[in-house]
Design a protein around this ligand. Structure first.
Ligand SMILES: [Mn+2]
Length: 432
């Protein structure tokens, strides 16, 4: 046994609008592939989100193409098996994603949901000498309702063909792993039916590493995707007979420097305290990402603080690739709205504005996440110049989904429907 399991490469993500970060993500992908070559692994699992978004640009495709071609040239027997994460799903009206494209070029093998000979979902799988590899693309909130069926179908196939080391790739986050609960999380108990059918559940979605009960593995992203992942362990798995190891390649240095400003009386004192604080920081060899977190009560108006001056101190000391100053909590009497959004990405601000709007309207209260997601998607489509009827389809899709969930609720009286109409599921399967 000798294989790799990775997820979340997020190619095309130019974090903070920096070209260099775009290259960082490509380098991370490259480093995993190089590791695979060096260690002569049998195959590589990518459990979703190779790409950062559905409509990638040509340089990104070229990047992925180049790295995978290199693998094929140097190590032709190493298979790459992938599923689609939420970021690289096809637009449902297209039914064809960029991963499909890499698949048709023979650079990776995309495992899809497929109805074959009495098995409704798991008909598409990879059969190797010693392994059987299944995969389920990102299904969002529908995941819960198909777990039992997936387990049954895998057991059926294993019974018919003879038991092999069974791998299942899926894309979702498990409940209890993040500091805050997130929509679409799956509880461990929900996954129990899979335990009898699957030896290795290869997860992707959350950016940090976690393992559960010796059969569920989430490597995290190889590169850092957001500052709030600071200090979390992440990487990719190298699975061997001798054990399962998380490999953490060297990536861009990220440093978060914290300073309590509660006892500081004036802006001048703030500058000198920051200066002393920075002097105590160990030097950083490469161009890094630096965040200065100022927290605690602020004893003077925020508008009196010269953020440019602080930023210059950071630049002088670290010559960073990127730096930012965050004021975590300021005295309420001086708080201005700008402070609420400082440090948030454009997407985070968008998310907050849209959520606030949707929550105000009582009719949509139960479907805030779904509607906000669609609003963001629709906005992106419009900005990308996608034609109107495609956007209309996206809206209709969201509407139908909410309606079918509402109908289910009416029948069962439960908030989270356990069974989804087959119709909805099939339309989500794309190629079914
Ligand atoms: Mn994901």
């Amino acid at each position: 046994m000798n294989f790799l399991h990775a997820s979340y490469f997020h190619l095309v993500y130019a974090q903070y609008g920096l070209e260099e970060r775009f290259r960082d993500y490509a380098r991370a992908f490259q480093s995993v592939i190089q590791y695979a070559i060096d260690h002569k692994v049998e195959f590589i699992l990518i459990s979703g989100d190779l790409f950062h978004k559905r409509n990638i640009n040509a340089p990104t495709y070229r990047q992925a193409h180049k790295v995978l071609s290199e693998l094929k040239k140097k190590s032709p027997s190493t298979g790459v098996y992938a599923i689609e994460g939420n970021h690289d799903l096809a637009y449902h009206q297209d039914g064809y994603s960029w991963l499909d494209m890499l698949n048709s070029e023979g650079l990776l093998r995309l495992i899809k949901l497929k109805e074959v000979a009495g098995v409704k979902l798991m008909g598409d799988f990879v059969e190797l000498d010693n392994f059987r590899i299944f995969g389920v693309r990102f299904l969002g909130s529908s995941t819960v309702s198909v777990v039992a069926q997936i387990a049954e179908e895998i057991k059926k196939i294993n019974a018919e063909r003879g038991k092999k080391y069974t791998i299942l790739m899926m894309h979702f986050g498990m409940a209890g792993q993040m500091r805050q609960e997130a929509p679409g999380e799956i509880h461990y108990n929900t996954l129990l039916p899979l335990k009898e059918a699957v030896d290795y559940l290869a997860l992707g979605h959350y950016h940090m590493n976690y393992e559960v009960d010796g059969w569920i593995y989430n490597p995290g992203s190889v590169e850092m995707v957001a500052m709030n992942e600071y200090g979390l362990q992440k990487g990719f798995y190298h699975v061997k007979d001798s054990g399962i190891n998380l490999i953490t390649p060297v990536t861009r240095t990220v440093r978060r420097i914290k300073l309590d400003i509660s006892s500081i009386a004036t802006p001048e004192e703030l500058y000198s305290t920051i200066s002393q604080r920075l002097d105590r920081e160990p030097a950083i060899q490469q161009e890094s990402l630096i965040e200065l977190l100022l927290y605690g009560e602020m004893n003077f108006p925020k508008s009196d603080v010269n953020l440019e001056r602080i930023k210059d101190m950071l630049i002088e000391q670290f010559k960073p690739l990127w730096s930012e100053i965050k004021l975590l909590k300021s005295n309420s009497s001086y708080t201005i709205n700008e402070g609420d959004v400082r440090g948030l990405t454009r997407e985070q601000i968008e998310l907050r504005v849209f959520s606030d709007r949707v929550k105000l309207d009582g009719r949509y209260r139960d479907n805030v996440d779904e509607i906000v997601k669609t609003m963001i998607e629709v906005k992106r489509m419009a900005a990308a110049g996608i034609e109107e009827n495609a956007i209309e389809k996206e809206l209709r899709w969201c509407f139908e989904k909410i309606r079918s969930e509402a109908q289910d609720e009416g029948k069962t009286g439960e908030k989270a429907p356990e069974q989804k109409p087959r119709q909805t599921l099939l339309s989500m399967m794309g190629d079914a």
